[in-house]
Design a protein around this ligand. Structure first.
Ligand code: GLU
Length: 503
């Protein structure tokens, strides 16, 4: 049987990077085995529906290069792939469970449920829940007579359908990441499968759809592991073969203390969403990897290694190489700590592999935003000179902007340390040397300037740093005598004279 996997997000907000990683591992697994990758939207909980979230999810996955064979946006043999459009399909499956005595009607009002919880809490029950201890004391079709149940249904009394957790000692399932997982059945509650609004809950819709869509492997986040025993019991109750399960380790905050959550947003100084997101209700904007300047391939490479390792020292992987190398056996059980420096490192590696022309295009685009229209060849030369120092394309302007615009102000700390009044006549003299030579004489200029510094016993560092401050505005950039020929001797001298007049 060929492999079929699905990524099944709920459109309750922007997709978290942990969700992107889940989609990625599903994709890598499917592609490695020549299988099918499906995007199903799980939107049965209308109270948590957020407009725009589904489009956001699709756009994010497209940006990442994660492709789908079937799904809400590409169609396929199991259309519709959006659960709200499948709503009418679930009822018959609920009826099957009701008829088989594996599920029951429950009429309890929110107040009655609350009273039950209080009653149990008062008795010292740590985790009060609707289960085999209390079900016979509640308003449900197990406890009430069949006439009464029929009467209530006829009269339109609202009800839910609950799953009757069987009286087993334990439930065991096999997880491809964790091995055997066993829970005591007594800890499980009689989960609602079907709500009073006529919609299935996540659990029912998820299991029914995975079955109908012939999903062979359920690869999802660890937060769903507690639901897996219930799902496994549901498959058994339906008489269906359960898919294989693989629960992925959590993405942790950089200090390892807890799960990296949506709310961490920009609080920790890096995005937790692939694309920028504007909350439709509050207007609050959360940053995204795309807008922060990450290259999608670098972002994916970085994410792939958060929770999986190839078993070798190799760190740089194209999507094809990831597909080739991926295996569920090498997914770790331990949570993976997020490391933003590593994310930046990956971006730098990918930027290093981009050609000068692509980077120059990026720099030209940045300049156009600033209404600057430089000569392309000149911009390309600047790109070549500063690209080593760039992590993001936008750094090309930060690192090389002074080639296009004279400094508007000078770094105060550098000025205080390097710019000394007694050196001013010497800087004046060096400006003169520059003016009397041609731009092509880079090396000769260096010689002449150094000779002058030596003959007059001047502090080399201070003089050179002062010239740098005049040309660049701060203490950064490549060798001064690479900067000067590119700026041109006249422009360089003019910048030195301007600094002399101002500082
Ligand atoms: N709709 C669930 C979610 O939002 C899917 C969980 C699963 O993959 O079973 O993550």
């Amino acid at each position: 049987m060929s492999v079929r996997v699905r990524f099944a997000p709920s459109p309750t907000g922007p997709l978290h990077i942990g969700g992107v990683r889940t989609a990625l591992y599903n994709y890598l697994f499917a592609k490695k085995l020549g299988g099918t990758m499906i995007l199903r939207i799980e939107d049965t909980d209308r109270s948590r529906f957020v407009p725009g979230a589904e489009d956001y999810i699709i756009e994010s996955l497209q940006w990442c290069g994660i492709q789908f064979d079937e799904g809400v946006h590409v169609g396929g043999p199991f259309t519709p792939y959006r659960q709200s459009e499948r709503a009418a399909m679930y009822r018959e499956f609920v009826d099957d469970l009701l008829n088989a005595g594996r599920a029951y009607y429950a009429f309890d009002t929110p107040e009655e449920l609350e009273q039950m919880r209080q009653r149990l809490t008062a008795k010292g029950v740590a985790n009060p829940q609707y289960d085999h201890h209390v079900r016979m004391e509640m308003q449900n079709s197990l406890a009430l007579s069949s006439e009464e149940v029929e009467r209530r249904i006829r009269q339109g009394v609202p009800y839910v359908v609950r799953f009757k957790i069987p009286e087993l000692a334990e439930v065991t399932l096999y997880d491809l990441v964790r091995g055997e997982v066993t829970v005591h059945a007594a800890t499980l509650d009689d989960k609602v499968l079907f709500k009073s609004d006529g919609m299935p809950t996540y659990h029912l819709a998820n299991v029914v759809d995975d079955h109908l869509m012939q999903i062979t492997h359920v690869i999802r986040g660890e937060e769903w592991l507690p639901s897996a025993p219930l799902h496994s019991l549901l498959y058994e109750a339906f008489g269906w073969k359960a898919p294989e399960f693989a629960h992925l380790p959590l993405l942790l905050k950089p200090d390892g203390n807890g799960k990296l959550s949506k709310r961490d947003g920009d609080r920790l100084g890096f995005p937790v969403f692939p694309l920028e997101w504007k909350d439709p209700a509050t207007g609050e904007v959360s940053s995204g990897y795309r807008e922060s300047g990450y290259i999608p391939e670098a972002f994916i490479n970085f994410l792939a290694l958060l929770g999986w390792n190839p078993g070798t020292e190799q760190e740089l992987f194209s999507m094809e190489e990831l597909i080739e190398a991926f295996s569920i056996e090498r997914i770790s059980k331990k949570g993976a700590k997020f490391d933003v420096d590593k994310a930046r490192w990956f971006n730098h590696q990918y930027l290093k592999n981009m050609d000068d022309d692509t980077l120059t295009d990026g720099l030209m685009a940045l300049m156009a935003e600033k209404q600057l229209v430089p000569d392309r060849e000149y911009a390309k030369t600047v790109t070549r000179l500063v690209r080593e120092r760039a992590v993001f394309i936008k750094d090309l302007f930060e690192q090389g902007g002074y080639f296009f615009q004279a400094p508007q102000h000078y770094d105060e700390a550098v000025a205080a340390k390097q710019w000394k009044p007694e050196n001013k006549p010497h800087l004046e003299y060096i400006a003169g040397i520059l003016e009397s030579h041609s731009t092509a004489d880079g090396l000769r200029l260096k010689e002449l300037a150094m000779q002058y510094v030596k003959e007059n016993n001047l502090p080399t560092g201070q003089i050179m740093n002062s010239i740098r401050l005049a040309l660049v505005g701060k203490s950064m950039g490549p060798d001064l005598f690479e900067i000067i020929p590119l700026l041109g001797v006249q422009e360089s001298a003019a910048r030195i004279r301007k600094a002399l007049a101002i500082l």
